[in-house]
Design a protein around this ligand. Structure first.
Ligand code: 5GP
Ligand code: ZN
Length: 117
């Protein structure tokens, strides 16, 4: 799989071609605030490498998945979300996925309903 999809919004954000409010970056992972926040804390945690969605993940992607969750946990700590938070990844149109570059929504700072809409 190519590292980058030139048509992909989040690949362009990773490259710095589109500005974002970054809260974390390292060699593998970038995190930035969602442009349309659904909770007091709403951060998107993404791999630098273009992966379309969680459905495309395989066993070889274990290390990047672990890194994504490690960063998510650290950001939740930094945001003071000791009382809990939600991690969401939408897969495909029925789930409401609109950007086809794997991302985990970190949502917190309010109580969450269940089941999700
Ligand atoms: P999805 O709907 O695919 O699960 O999530 C995509 C998310 O990306 C949405 O929550 C949307 O608000 C966010 N988003 C879309 N375009 C931009 C952008 O240009 N910048 C930022 N920071 N977030 C974006
Ligand atoms: Zn991409």
């Amino acid at each position: 799989m190519d590292d980058r999809d030139p048509e992909c919004l989040f690949c362009r954000i990773v490259a710095g071609e589109i500005p974002s409010d970054r809260v974390h970056e390292d060699d593998d992972v970038v995190a930035f605030r969602d442009i349309n926040p659904q909770a007091p804390t709403h951060v998107l945690v993404i791999p630098r490498r273009h992966i379309p969605d969680a459905h495309a993940l395989g066993a070889a992607d274990g290390p990047i998945l672990a890194r994504l969750f490690e960063v998510t946990s650290r950001l939740a700590d930094e945001a003071g979300l000791a009382n809990g938070y939600r991690v969401v990844t939408n897969v495909g149109p029925d789930a409401g996925q609109t950007v086809f570059h794997l991302h985990f929504h970190l949502l917190g700072g309010r109580t969450m309903g269940w089941p999700p809409g």
